[in-house]
Design a protein around this ligand. Structure first.
Ligand code: 3HC
Ligand code: NAI
Length: 701
């Protein structure tokens, strides 16, 4: 028997314990160990019932995701679950933590299930581009009904143990020692003469509505909500099979659909995205045992768009925060904005009034730096102006206690220069939040030349506490995300000048999977921001870098995006939904003329290549310069901050999947046709020549 699964006989019970840290994933040794343990229980005449539980912080969290895409190893998970279900002695699974995916499927193979009340159960496979492939799509509808099973399997969202009890997925809630609770439950079963109860043998719970209609409605919903996604429709088909076929045939159909998902590029991309997010937490030069500073109280300087959002991030995580503004009037406006944001959530029903009051009680407005003497971390979010930043950091240096982390939310200024304004540059770090800061998951943690390992480790831990995906980046103009998005935005302006309409550009990229078209996104953040960068570039860029002129014309016409009701699109009467801007056509014509371009038809495929390959080429430069630690960090940034489709894994993974030689061929062609911006990144050339991928590359190779 394998060490990851322990078998112990206690009186007339077999206790089987999975012990495979950190999340008890069902790797091959665990599957084998479980199979052996259930066989041993079956064969031992002294055993009347089996209790299955897990050591550590959670029940089995699923199949071992690292094994996907590798040659299968016996025993397979479906085989194991079938064997567990077939056992002639009653079995009880005792759940705690998270029972997810294959973990829940193993539990569904057991004859009874009890769970600690804080457990969450679910079938999240769809988020990895899969469907539950070990009987989940056949057994869950039999226990919980078709509607609930469809909802859980298609959304992938876990539910609380109490709800799982209500839906018949769990028999009973328990507390205290897991082995004791499981043993007591098993003894009660035996005393009551209750034997095996196989969920696979149950009939589908009857429902009020016609099952076929239910399935078709779900299919229609999936087509509408997740166009282009491979797995969700197959999830529906697998559940449909449960309603039409006997168990054995349903399981066979489930397996076929699972294999189709497993082989899909979307599955590879989504698994990449899963590990990319976790890999981002590992920072070079910052070992896992680096001490982390305790953060009990925070401060935010500047209560504008970003400052208020950042303050709410702290408050939402239960951390008290002091928000500092220049004067009482500015502070009142900032605090009112915070109240308005929460009030909108209360109105929508996503927050209770009591929770709003509780959170606001953690937010204190101040105007005097003396109030910041005891805070553990400060995030500066004042105007993007070095003079203003200087005033702030000099004061922070004077009042903050030793060991306080001093962070800047600057989006374009030199963090090393900001750190040099203080006598403690090792304590200075960039915390680059994305707007709206209380909503967006991405946090770029900017490592200055002198930022200490301890401060970086603490910033990463803080990011996790704020429920952000924190990714370390180096200092350069725009860091990773914005430096790349600049190339993307510039290219969409060129496309407009060459002949595309705003709707064509945005539709092509939305169809590719971007959450928002690039031009609608620009309207949202305000075209004046891009104009300021453009002005700076005109003064500094070498002449071979041609720049579009469309933005100048829009800004000159007062079309700054949503804030003025007009930009690339029209936003009548405060609407946030882009509508065609009839005045744009004339500006496009004028811009094309000024650039000496004859307007032409551009295909959606061309629009996508120009935009996405611009991202990839810049990403390759960023990677080689060491501004990002690894390609998957760039992917995480784009997936969590820029609406890049998760089913494509991020720009660098997308390039890897296309093949870097293919990407390079197009970049070279664009270089010939469109000039200096398209100079191929040396790393792209090198890896393409070697037949390698960005995600397999490490610095120094
Ligand atoms: N397989 C392999 N490794 C896994 C894993 C899995 N299923 N789940 C988590 N891990 C690893 C993570 O990569 C991470 O490794 P690291 O420390 O080396 O970076 C470590 O476990 C801890 O994970 P988290 O940082 O995510 O820990 P949290 O405590 O924040 O979250 C969790 C725990 C909720 C279990 C979360 O890890 C999670 O959601 N895991 C994935 C669950 C899942 O998708 N299960 C379904 C798998 S597919 C399946 O079962 C197919 C079947 O139907 C046939
Ligand atoms: P903003 O103009 O909305 O707010 C700035 C606030 O700072 C104002 O309320 C102002 O009163 C206050 N302020 C100015 N000087 C101050 C001082 N000495 N002490 C205290 N408060 C002071 O600006 P926004 O958009 O919130 O940007 C703030 C910072 O965040 C900038 O560095 C910007 O580059 C960065 N950033 C902005 C993003 C965005 O989308 N707006 C995204 C990411 C970073």
């Amino acid at each position: 028997m394998q060490a990851t699964v322990q078998f112990e006989r206690r009186a007339n019970l077999a206790l089987i314990t999975v012990n495979n840290p950190p999340v008890n994933a069902l790797s091959q040794p665990v599957r084998q160990g479980l199979l052996d343990a259930f066989r041993a229980a079956e064969e031992d005449a002294r055993v009347d019932a089996v209790v299955l539980l897990c050591a550590g912080s959670t029940f089995i969290a699923g199949a071992d995701i690292k094994e996907f895409g590798k040659p299968p190893q016996e025993p397979s998970l479906p085989e194991l679950v079938n064997a567990i279900e077939a056992c002639s002695k009653p079995s009880v699974a005792v759940l705690h933590g998270t029972a997810l995916g294959g973990g829940l499927e193993v539990a569904l193979g057991c004859h009874y299930r009890i769970a600690r009340s804080d457990t969450r159960v679910g079938l999240p496979e769809v988020k990895l581009g899969l469907l539950p492939g070990a009987g989940g799509t056949q057994r869950l509808p039999r226990l919980a009904g078709v509607a609930k099973a469809l909802e859980m399997i298609v959304s992938g969202a876990p539910i609380a143990a109490a709800d799982a009890c209500e839906y018949g997925i769990i028999d009973e809630l328990c507390d205290g020692d897991l082995a004791a609770a499981g043993s007591a439950f098993a003894q009660r079963l035996l005393a009551a003469g209750r034997g095996v109860r196989r969920s696979g043998e149950q009939r589908i719970a009857s429902v009020d509505v016609d099952v076929a209609l239910l399935i078709e409605a779900k299919r229609a919903e999936v087509r509408k909500r997740s166009p282009g996604l491979f797995a969700p429709l197959r999830c529906v088909s697998a559940v449909e099979a449960a309603t039409l076929l006997p168990l054995a045939e349903g399981l066979k159909r489930e397996r076929e659909l699972f294999q189709e998902c497993l082989a899909s590029p979307q599955r590879a991309a989504l698994v990449h995205a899963f590990f990319a997010e976790r890999q981002a937490g590992k920072v070079s030069g910052v070992p896992a045992d680096t001490p982390v500073r305790e953060i009990k109280c925070a401060a935010v300087i500047g209560g504008g768009t970003m400052g208020v959002g950042i303050a709410l991030c702290f408050v939402n995580a239960g951390l008290p925060v002091k928000l500092l503004e220049v004067d009482a009037a500015a502070l009142d406006r900032a605090l009112q904005r915070a109240r308005d944001i929460y009030a909108a959530s209360v109105k929508r029903g996503s927050l209770t009034q009591a929770a709003m009051d509780q959170r606001l009680a953690l937010l204190e407005g101040v105007t005097d730096y003396a109030a910041l003497a005891d805070v553990d971390v400060v995030v500066e979010a004042v105007f993007e102006d070095m003079g203003v930043k200087r005033q702030v950091f000099e004061q922070l240096d004077a009042v903050c206690k030793a060991g306080a982390i001093l962070a800047s939310n600057t989006s374009s200024l030199d963090l090393n220069a900001i750190a040099a304004l203080t006598r403690r540059p090792a304590d200075v770090v960039g915390l680059h939040f994305f707007s709206p800061a209380n909503v967006m998951r991405l946090l770029e943690v900017v490592r200055g030349e002198q930022t200490s390992a301890e401060v970086l480790a603490s910033a990463m831990a803080l990011g996790k506490r704020l429920k952000k995906v924190a990714v370390v980046v180096g200092v350069c103009d725009g860091f990773v995300g914005n430096r790349m998005v600049f190339q993307y935005g510039r290219e969409s302006e060129f496309l407009l000048e060459e002949g595309a309409t705003a709707q064509q550009v945005d539709a092509a990229l939305r169809d590719f999977g971007m959450a928002m078209g690039p031009l609608a996104m620009r309207d949202l953040s305000g075209l004046d921001i891009g104009m300021a960068i453009r002005k700076r570039q005109r003064e500094t860029l070498p002449s071979e870098y041609r720049l579009p002129c469309l933005l100048d014309k829009l800004c000159a016409a007062g079309m700054l995006g949503q804030k003025t009701g007009k930009g690339f699109y029209l936003y009548p009467a405060g609407s946030r939904t882009p509508q065609p801007n009839p005045e744009l056509a004339a500006l496009l014509e004028a811009a094309s003329q000024q650039q000496g371009i004859e307007r032409r038809e551009l295909s959606a495929a061309h629009i996508v290549e120009r935009s996405i390959f611009a991202l990839i080429n810049e990403g390759a430069k960023i990677l080689e310069e060491g501004i990002a630690q690894r390609a998957s960090d760039i992917d995480s940034i784009y997936l969590n901050g820029y609406g890049f489709p998760a089913f494509r894994g991020g720009p660098m993974f997308y390039a890897d999947q296309l093949g870097l030689d293919q990407v390079l061929a197009r970049v070279r062609e664009f270089h010939q046709r469109f000039g200096a911006w398209w100079q191929p990144a040396p790393l792209l050339e090198k890896l393409a020549a070697e037949g390698r991928t960005f995600n397999s590359w490490e610095p120094g190779q």
